[in-house]
Write a protein of this length. Structure first.
Length: 432
């Protein structure tokens, strides 16, 4: 009787703290042919831990395979955070439940805990976990099977774009989560619309994100969307050393630049989400915006229509892009060197930036001369734990007073803690 009572109490407590997530009737990136990522990404609550979680698919009648696949990586993350995750399905032959089964997504936890296992889904709607070179090869082989009968250049082109995106997610998308340090793979999903010769695919991870990656080797950036757009530049998105990032650049960094330009040349669409930044690469232009929601890692969505009659020549445009990249890199280096002065606070003052006399020397010897040359001052507080008002005032008050309201444009502060940011805002207000 005692054990029965205890079991009943435990069940009641679990039911009380159970989190129920109901998928909306429509779960897609598009709403009336307009992309709305905020509406979809807000479904994901990344803070749930140590609770039973029920994700109900039964009320979702219209869904997109790429959007639905994100539930798998979300389920992995919740599992690593101590949650018992269940998916509630119906037996209808349409809607999210049937699509979930078609992708083979029921096996998501077997895939998570068995490094050699993949999802067992429909050939035209496959879902993949990407952890190593073997998984890389499996994804590429699957993609190439769609281009049989097409111009051989198209096969090479699709392989190139996919390869670069997969390399990126394998290098920077690794996520180890929870008390057990569970490795959460990257996720890839294809949808092949054979009748209209169109491939849509998504690559998603929960890694460090583009901003953190780029800032390993370049000066700090103000926002996620700026970082994504910056990573599309030539010789930016390569693999960087972490110990001394300013000296250890491996400026391969051409992959994302060329891939995004290929996407534009093919009249395709690419959306890149990282943090709360969003960049859209279309045949017409490249646009960016800040989202209200946040994806903790990087997500790339591509829609590509294959053309059997194309005379597209990959090797020719590759040469063209590389020549343009070299020119862009030289121009960008010259312009950046001439317009911006970067101060890494940790490099000069350590994690506890408190030496007022050192701040005065920095102000007089570096900040004032740079401002007189017309440069913008970018001050990076990455890894700085604390910095008192006396230090910050010695460093910034006089330059701000001299610039007046223009200080808001000429002095940029990035990666500061809330306390440091608040102190600097007070100094700005007090001196303008």
């Amino acid at each position: 009787m005692f054990h029965e009572g205890f079991a009943g109490l435990r069940k009641a407590l679990e039911e009380k703290r159970e989190v129920k997530l109901q998928l909306p009737s429509r779960f897609s990136f598009k709403e009336h042919d307009v992309y709305d990522f905020d509406r979809l990404i807000k479904f994901f609550d990344w803070d749930i831990s140590n609770s039973p979680v029920e994700i109900d698919l039964t009320k979702c009648h219209t869904a997109n395979y790429q959007a639905l696949s994100l539930l798998a990586i979300y389920g992995w993350k919740l599992k690593s955070q101590g949650c018992r995750v269940t998916f509630v399905e119906n037996d209808k032959t349409t809607g999210a439940s049937e699509m979930w089964r078609t992708m083979g997504a029921r096996g998501l936890f077997a895939v998570l805990f068995n490094s050699g296992q993949q999802f067992k889904g429909n050939h035209f709607k496959p879902l993949f976990a990407v952890r190593d070179a073997k998984d890389f090869g499996t994804v590429i082989q699957s993609a190439e099977s769609y281009t049989d009968g097409f111009n051989v250049e198209y096969e090479g082109t699709l392989r190139y774009v996919l390869s670069e995106l997969l390399y990126n997610t394998m290098e920077h998308g690794a996520c180890f989560s929870g008390p057990a340090n569970t490795r959460i793979p990257s996720l890839v999903q294809f949808t092949w619309y054979k009748q209209r010769n169109e491939i849509q695919f998504i690559i998603a991870d929960l890694g460090i994100g583009i901003k953190s990656h780029v800032e390993q080797a370049f000066s700090a950036l103000e926002s996620d969307e700026e970082a994504i757009e910056f990573a599309l530049r030539a010789k930016v998105s390569g693999t960087f050393g972490r110990n001394d990032p300013y000296k250890n650049k491996n400026n391969a960094g051409m992959g994302l630049y060329i891939s995004s330009n290929i996407i534009r040349r093919l009249n395709a669409d690419m959306h890149i989400l990282s943090g709360n930044g969003l960049v859209h690469i279309s045949p017409r232009d490249v646009t960016r915006r800040r989202m209200d929601t946040r994806w903790p890692g990087t997500l790339v969505l591509v829609s590509l229509r294959l053309d059997k009659n194309s005379t597209f020549m990959l090797h020719k445009i590759m040469q063209e892009f590389r020549e343009a990249a070299d020119k862009e890199q030289k121009t960008g280096d010259t312009q950046e060197a001439g317009t911006k002065y970067v101060i890494g606070v940790e490099n000069f003052f350590g994690k506890y930036a408190e030496d007022k006399e050192a701040a005065i020397k920095m102000r007089d010897k570096r900040i004032f001369p740079a401002l007189e040359e017309g440069k913008t001052i970018l001050i990076n507080f990455d890894n700085v734990v604390s910095s008192p008002h006396s230090f910050l005032s010695a460093l910034l008050a006089s330059p701000i007073k001299g610039l007046g309201m223009n200080a808001y444009k000429r002095i940029k502060i990035v990666n500061a803690t809330a306390e440091i940011r608040e102190t600097i805002d007070f100094i700005l207000e007090d001196n303008t």
